[in-house]
Design a protein around this ligand. Structure first.
Ligand code: GDP
Length: 433
């Protein structure tokens, strides 16, 4: 089973970092395939907390190749800081590889992101204002600057000049004289080029070498399915494709290189930023999920919106990603809540029952979730390591979820620490070479 994709099956922040970290132990290479430093993964190892925004979670294993694929957009300043921090903590980062084809976030992307959100006012998307969207926009307009451009100052200067001019006029309504200095920017980015050069590589080729030798490669997604640019709740989405299919484009592999697709979902639901969220709770229960689950963004510190698990949306994610397995995280957070609810259909404002995730935004915005109530469980789950350690009601809850969406649950999170998991059934037959 050499190619395994891991994606978020909800609105992001599902705990993909921890799941990737656990599966990475048995893999040979880990590749991130989309997004930028708007993502944030938290891994707690031996009581030490690591937060990653760009570098794949697998970096904590020195013997594994860790790659930032061509589909990722990179702010070199952030990447360098992240590398520095890891080095300071004595993590060996020499196995990192950065795709020469990945696009770079430039200072004007960050300025445009901020200006764009400010202009939208109440209609703002809730972006992280890190320049990710404008960077992907430039990529599509063929105005992007790529990692490989950092290695030739002349080319870099020319490309920055061409890309910067339209930004100057776009920014003028917000700033009289936007601070866009071609010379300074070229110098700064060239210096990143010098520093990053040892890591720059043909990461697609590296994937092929590993896959062709029968070794295991994990393709790690950021954000979540419902934030997908094409299939999510547009426009309240991210500017890339977090669905499993994007692993092909964002890492440079073909669909038949993928053998398994794991979706990560919390035992409840959260969402950051604006946009429809049919199972949202704005009451004490929601507050409890927020506090117990520490639902604050890794990247922004923003409070997340919370709600019951939405099985209509999860089933949609299962189909979109052709999930072969689910990892359910944060089951421990639900302890003590009774009854537990899961959304099994929506009701439109006209009274129609909606069994499928509606494609029409107006319908989704006004849809109300209808719930199945399931018995709650109590007690601490943090010590559970085997399926039989879980309270029967917790097992019933998981069984209901799995049967409803038609995918086996292979892993359950019962606490933030790396060890706090229950493997369900057979452990995946992954094996590092
Ligand atoms: P990601 O971007 O999908 O990796 O998610 P984040 O890292 O932003 O959020 C996951 C958070 O939940 C992290 O702080 C994890 O330590 C924590 N976490 C992961 N799994 C569990 C779990 O099973 N239970 C609890 N209580 N926390 C968890």
């Amino acid at each position: 089973m050499p190619g395994l994709v891991i994606v978020g099956a909800q609105w992001g922040d599902e705990g993909k970092g921890k799941v990737t970290d656990l599966l990475a132990e048995r893999a040979d290479m880990i590749v991130r395939f989309q997004g930028g430093n708007n993502a944030g993964h938290t891994i707690i190892r031996d009581g030490e907390t690591f937060k990653f925004h760009l570098i794949p979670s697998g970096i904590l294993y020195p013997d594994k190749v860790c790659a930032i694929g061509n589909g990722v957009v990179i702010d070199p300043r952030v990447l360098w800081q992240e590398l520095d921090e890891l080095r300071r903590r004595r993590v060996d980062v020499s196995s990192l590889r950065i795709s020469a084809n990945a696009h770079l976030i430039m200072p004007y992307h960050v300025m445009l992101d901020t200006a764009g959100e400010a202009k939208l006012g109440k209609l703002s998307i809730g972006t992280t204002r890190r320049g990710i969207g404008p960077c992907y926009a430039d990529k599509a307009s063929r105005l992007g600057i790529r990692v490989q451009d950092l290695l030739d100052e002349k080319i870099l200067r020319k490309k920055i000049m061409a890309a910067m001019e339209p930004k100057r006029s776009a920014l003028r309504p917000y700033e009289k004289d936007p601070a866009l200095d071609l010379h300074a920017m070229t110098e700064e980015y060239s210096s990143y080029g010098h520093r990053l050069e040892p890591y720059i590589a043909d990461t697609a080729h590296l994937c092929w070498t590993e896959l062709d030798a029968g070794r295991t490669v994990i393709f790690e997604g950021a954000q979540g399915t419902l934030l997908d640019l094409d299939h999510g709740t547009y426009p309240f989405v991210t500017s890339s494709n977090p669905v499993a299919g994007a692993a092909c484009v964002g890492a440079g592999i073909g669909p038949s290189d993928i053998d398994e697709v794991w979706g990560v979902a919390k035992a409840y639901a959260t969402r950051v930023g604006a946009g429809p969220f049919p199972t949202e709770l704005e009451d004490e229960t929601g507050r409890l999920m927020l506090e117990r689950g520490h639902e604050f963004g890794t990247t922004t510190g923003r409070e997340r919106r919370t709600g019951w698990l939405d099985l209509v949306a999860l089933r949609y994610a299962v189909r979109l990603n052709t999930l072969t397995a689910l990892a359910i995280t944060k089951l421990d957070v639900l302890a003590g809540l009774d009854p537990l609810k899961v959304a099994v259909r929506y009701r439109s404002s006209e009274g129609a029952a909606l069994e499928e995730f509606p494609y029409h935004q107006s319908i989704l915005h006004s849809a109300e979730a209808e719930y199945k109530e399931l018995p709650g469980f109590s007690g601490e789950l943090g010590e559970c390591r085997d399926e039989s350690d879980l309270p029967p009601q917790a097992r019933d809850y998981l069984r209901f979820v799995s049967e409803f969406v038609g995918v086996p649950i292979r892993l359950v999170g019962v606490g933030p620490d790396r060890e706090q998991v229950v493997w369900m059934g057979e452990r995946p037959a992954l094996k590092a070479a």
